[in-house]
Ligand binder design. Sequence first.
Ligand SMILES: Nc1ncnc2c1ncn2[C@@H]1O[C@H](COP(=O)(O)OP(=O)(O)OP(=O)(O)O)[C@@H](O)[C@H]1O
Ligand SMILES: [Mg+2]
Length: 351
Amino acid sequence: MATVDQIRTALEGVMDPELHRNLVELGMVRDIALDGAAVTVTLALTTIACPLKDQIAADVKNTVGALAGIDSVQVELTEMTAEEKQRIGLGAAPERIGTAEANNNIRHVIAVMSGKGGVGKSLVSGLLALALRRQGHQVGILDADITGPSIPKMFLPDGAHLEPSPSGPTPPQTRTGIRVMSINLILEKEDTAVIWRGPLISGAIKQFWGDLYWGELDYLIIDLPPGTSDASLTVMQSLPISGVVLVTSPQGLAGMVVRKAASMARQLEKPILGLIENMSYFECPDTGKRHDIFGPSHAEQTARDIGAPFLGRLPIDPEIAKLCDTGRLEQYPPGPFESIISELAVHLPKP
Ligand SMILES: Nc1ncnc2c1ncn2[C@@H]1O[C@H](COP(=O)(O)OP(=O)(O)OP(=O)(O)O)[C@@H](O)[C@H]1O
Ligand SMILES: [Mg+2]
């Protein structure tokens, strides 16, 4: 029956394929938890986006799984601290830490949030960025949806990637000059599933903020994942949010969960700039008649309940879905969203 010490010794035989040093020597083995014949090894990787993490995890499983009396091996991944990275000669030297962040000048950070999935947060983030860009502002979008990123698909051609700069990697620009960062830009294939626990997700979002050179921005729009979980909490607590835009849809459940999101924003003392209702209605192109596909709107009532301005309604528009799916959102003609933006602009802090 293998002991924790024997497992650690066995891990001295597993090399980091890039650094060519063993995991124990590198200080990557955070924890070994042995429960009968089941062992969980927690590894701290040098970067949350390590492209070799699957290989390292597989090597650990094979090596530890081969020991006597071990039936199952689980590998959990987390990230090294800046100090740990420096100790093994990686990461920025102390004077370089935070250089990108120090050189960034981001005037306002606006988070787009909803308690519910699929109501159109990403679309609203994209359209908000687009409308602000059309008004002549410098705009960026940080896709904080690490497990379900959808911003690059709306804006960027395949193969878009970060560009090097003296102050750190720079997010690529869309056709009209919006800077976009998303986990998809650093994954080898865009359909690779990211299965990470909260701390890793939070780490990625913080790096998107602090380790990238965004330059001068009037507005950075943050597209949050659904819910009020780790990613939302990290964004609300770690980034200097100027305000939150809430998105809902006419379904009753959406109203209830948007109230949760509003309550989170309030608890964290972030101003709610307003509520947008998406997929409110469908206007039949033949007859011009409006149909309430998801039922009657409750948005004004919801806005009153949460004490936030109601900004307006977005219709269901098959054309917009098509443009989103083909990376051409910027070709969407100024439409109903412009009036919402002017409404929102009243509440936005001025750059
Ligand atoms: N008003 C609309 N008209 C037509 N299609 C829409 C509209 N709003 C959103 N969609 C489509 O619905 C889908 C979900 O929208 P979106 O990804 O913006 O939602 P989300 O709230 O960000 O979802 P998630 O919770 O998964 O992040 C997308 O395919 C999008 O193109
Ligand atoms: Mg989304």
